[in-house]
Ligand binder design. Structure first.
Ligand code: GLN
Length: 484
């Protein structure tokens, strides 16, 4: 069952070859057997899962189902789930039970999907390796010494180990695409505003976007169809018409114009990774795509710009955790100020504190113009680079990450080298564009991802290209031996 695609599972459920309760039990058993090695779940919601599976079976019996009714999934622990703990990977929210569910959680539920649990993640989604979680590191199923990537590392790990068929994630600077690449998955960060942020705990609101981590493009398209759509509860939600993201999967990619940014294939990219990517681009060319070199001249500024804008927004968003209304409160505060200071001091981890300090500094009166304003201006230049590129090409292909997965501890003492793991993904968030990472091969048995960047609302096209690639390659069906 764990080797099947979502479409195959859906057909088995609809033909009643298996019930949703049986399928759910099957995955819960795999979680029980394997998660102790991975630490990928913060909470496993067995009871809720089995009762949702029972309702799904009732709907399937009555013929009142959608494509994904009865299919289990895992949610990143950044999405609020009514009545079930939502930690965001932080001690600050270790005791937090949201009174409502995120819109995407509701949408999955309405579609009849079954929630297996909540996945581990970097604290408040700040990180690229899942080493900042209060709940401990998550392991990469391809190599337990290697990081799974972050911040959606738990979601990537559960899908790669096939202990959940599919999972949700969020991507502020690469947190879906980077772990998807390091775990050999297909990961999609949609156009900003396509998927509701309501009930998704905020890190940097102008960059955060929910999306999908899956084994292949078709599965991704199916779940995106459930998640996407206007939500009046999110002021930045876009009122775009509903789309069938599977509709274009089988289109030919003959004549597709792919841009290869010269800034993304030069210095800093591991030569072994470059070789793998060259081969994957060749496959796309054999399928009829035509490649040309393009330039994105301001891309080298994306990491410094992001590390002003994201911390600035984070310092504002995280000011709500003050020990008063919800979340962690220190013991025996002496007075109000002591309570604020100690609740925040004890509740947040080092990386979160670093971001809050950088953000507070960048937004302070004397420095606002020099840092935040300047960063916003450069952000516009970065968007303009993409705009110009899309006048010449249909899609941009690039590495997702400069290297395959690194080992635990390798970058924890050097935040800047950690920040550079997202050098190829961050610009996409700054511009609000959709980006997809798909598995393109291996370096030393660790997966490597190719990133496809499209124009606004071109998710169906990106999924089409990835699906076509997956027709002629089998990276996406390979499984880590220990979990197969
Ligand atoms: N790794 C980046 C950071 O630490 C991006 C994280 C994300 O996309 N949530 O901020």
């Amino acid at each position: 069952m764990h080797t099947k695609t979502l479409a195959e599972l859906s057909s088995a459920l609809q033909k009643r070859e298996i019930s949703s309760v049986e399928l759910t039990q099957y995955f819960l058993e795999r979680i029980e057997r394997y998660d102790s090695q991975l630490n990928a779940f913060v909470t496993v919601t067995s009871e809720t899962a089995l009762s949702q599976a029972q309702s799904a079976d009732d709907r399937l019996k009555m013929g009142d189902h959608s494509a994904l009714t009865g299919i289990p999934l895992a949610h990143k622990d950044i999405f609020c789930t009514s009545g079930i703990k939502t930690t965001c990977g932080s001690k600050m929210l270790d005791n937090f039970i949201a009174p409502y569910s995120a819109t995407i959680v509701e949408k999955c539920q309405q579609a009849g999907m079954v929630m297996l649990g909540k996945t581990n993640m970097d604290e408040f989604a700040m990180g690229s390796s899942n080493e900042t979680s209060y709940y401990g590191t998550v392991k990469n199923p391809w190599d337990l010494q290697a990081v799974p990537g972050g911040s959606s590392g738990g979601s990537a790990s559960v899908v790669a180990a096939r202990i959940a068929p599919i999972a949700t994630g969020t991507d502020t600077g690469g947190s879906i695409r980077q772990p998807a690449a390091l775990c050999g998955l297909t990961g999609l960060k949609p156009t900003y505003g396509l998927v509701s942020r309501y009930g998704m705990i905020a890190f940097a609101s102008s960059l955060d976007q929910g999306g999908v981590l899956a084994n292949n493009a078709e599965d991704t398209a199916l779940l995106l169809g459930v998640m996407a759509g206007f939500d009046a509860k999110d002021s930045t939600s876009l009122d775009s018409p509903p789309k069938d993201y599977t509709a274009r999967l089988n289109d030919s990619i003959k004549g597709l114009k792919i841009g290869l940014p010269k800034e993304y294939f030069g210095e800093g990219l591991d030569p072994e990774v470059a070789k793998v990517l060259e081969a994957s681009i060749k496959t796309l060319e054999q399928q009829g795509a035509v490649c040309q070199e393009i330039s994105l001249p301001n891309m080298h500024l994306s990491v410094p710009v992001y590390y002003i804008i994201a911390p600035a927004e984070c310092s504002s968003n995280l000011s709500r955790y003050d020990g008063v209304r919800f979340g962690y409160r220190c013991d025996n505060p002496q007075d109000l100020l002591d309570m604020y200071k100690r609740s925040r001091g004890e509740g947040f981890g080092a990386e979160v504190k670093r971001r809050v300090m950088i953000g507070t500094y960048a937004l302070s009166a004397g420095y606002y113009d020099a840092y935040y304003l300047k960063a916003q201006q450069i952000r516009r230049l970065i968007s303009d680079d993409f705009k110009k590129a899309f006048e010449q090409v249909d899609v941009i292909a690039s590495p997702t990450t400069p290297t395959a997965a690194f080992n635990f501890g390798e970058k924890t003492d050097d935040p800047v080298s950690m920040y550079l793991s997202d050098i190829y993904t961050i610009a996409v968030n700054l511009a609000g564009l959709p980006g997809l990472s798909m598995s393109a091969g291996f370096v030393n048995q660790r997966p490597v991802g190719l990133q496809l960047i499209g124009n606004y609302f071109s998710e169906d096209h990106l999924l089409n290209i990835a699906h076509q690639y997956q027709q002629d390659t089998d990276w996406h069906t390979q499984m880590p031996a220990q979990f197969s």
